[in-house]
Ligand binder design. Structure first.
Ligand code: MUC
Ligand code: MG
Length: 371
């Protein structure tokens, strides 16, 4: 089965969030998805998505920059290429375009979707085989208001949709964040696992104070307390506290994963397809982590359904000690796939069917498309 890439198109879609989502570096009221459609000779189509958070406030690729990298550089490079597997296309992209892992992730997803459809196999099979089609999924409480977060958590627990929550802290002074966190643990902690994500907001000294207090409060996991470049502080914190640390921004690809583990880091890694350059690239990091005895977590850039499903196919092939956070579609007011993902009992179900196993609603695509 050889496919020939005939056309690659991309769109920016702006979809409002169900409520403000407040992180240490930005408050989101809308999410911008970069959607890619790859059309092969004969009409077979593969879809991909690259999504970041808060324009350029989370990382170095913006939605507009991702679209420009695809339209200006990657699409002309790939158009006309024949493929019957991923590796030559990934090598071609990496030889001509440095970085830009978000743009490459959308394209790698689209190659895999097209290939899976041609072979009539799900993405997870191309990536090694799903161990389970039910994956644990937490929810992030990040309205910016303690009482509202508690009410939201109580409702989701009562509905049985989630049994683990992540809190976004780091924007406020440490004492305020600790009060907020302690109140939520008091209200929900008996029934749910509560974790926090600091999104790099603390310096090393504040992180020592913060970790000690969070350990007392009964938090289960602390994500990226210090700046992404401060591997030494992250490593020391992971050795000093029994409260586990999750590296997120500090670990994008297999090279980062190797360096952190070799430096003595003892926490867990958050995998994200966008950080690594695609679902198959994220699995390379997972395998390095596995070799180093480092636990895994399936992370999100708050993607819509296409990016979330692509991630779930990859995560389904792994043992994930900390589960996943692939709730992105639920944070958005609307979806662009015909049949939304199913979330229940603290789990999300991996779609079956060839490729991603989803059908894109092209009317919705046109409706939300930025003009
Ligand atoms: C992050 O840094 O983890 C994931 C969940 C969420 O609420 O924000 C993202 C980003
Ligand atoms: Mg994070």
């Amino acid at each position: 089965m050889t496919l020939c890439i005939e056309r690659i198109e991309s769109w920016l879609l702006d979809i409002p969030t169900i409520r403000p989502h407040k992180l240490s570096m930005a408050t989101m009221g809308c999410q911008t998805l970069t959607i890619v459609r790859l059309t092969c000779a004969g009409g077979l189509v593969g879809w991909g998505e690259a999504t970041t958070i808060g324009g350029l406030s989370y990382g170095p690729e913006s939605p507009e920059g991702i679209k420009s990298a695809i339209d200006t550089y990657l699409a002309p490079l790939l158009t006309g290429q024949q493929f019957d597997g991923l590796t030559p296309l990934v090598n071609l992209m990496n030889a001509s375009v440095k970085g830009n892992t978000f743009a490459k992730s959308a394209l790698e997803t689209a190659f895999l979707d097209a290939q899976g459809k041609a072979l009539r196999q799900p993405l997870s099979t191309l990536l090694g085989g799903a161990q389970s089609r039910q994956l644990p999924v937490l929810w992030t409480l990040a309205s910016g208001d303690t009482e509202r977060d508690i009410a939201e958590g109580q409702r989701l627990l009562a509905e049985g949709r989630h049994n683990a929550f992540k809190l976004k802290i780091g924007a406020r002074p440490l004492a305020d964040d600790l009060r907020h966190t302690a109140a939520i643990v008091r209200a929900l902690g008996a029934d749910a696992s509560i974790r926090v994500d600091v999104n790099q907001a603390w310096d090393a000294a504040s992180a020592v104070r913060g970790m000690a207090a969070l350990q007392e409060i009964g938090i289960d996991l602390v994500e990226q307390p210090v700046a992404l470049w401060d591997r030494a502080a992250l490593t020391q914190l992971s050795q000093r506290f029994t409260l586990p640390i999750l590296a997120d921004e500090a670990v994008a690809d297999a090279h980062d994963g190797y360096a952190l583990a070799a430096g003595g880091f003892r926490g867990a890694y958050a995998l994200k397809i966008a950080k690594a350059g695609g679902p198959a690239q994220a699995l390379k990091l997972a395998h390095v982590a596995d070799a180093a005895g480092i636990a895994l977590y399936g992370g999100t850039m708050l993607e819509g359904s296409i990016g979330s499903v692509a991630s779930l196919h990859a995560w389904s092939t792994l043992k994930l000690a900390w589960g996943t956070e692939m709730f992105g579609p639920l944070l958005l007011k609307d979806d662009i796939i015909a049949e939304p993902l199913s979330f229940a009992d603290g789990q999300v179900t991996l779609p079956d069917g060839p490729g991603l196993g989803i059908e894109v609603d092209e009317d919705k695509l046109r409706f939300y498309q930025r003009t």
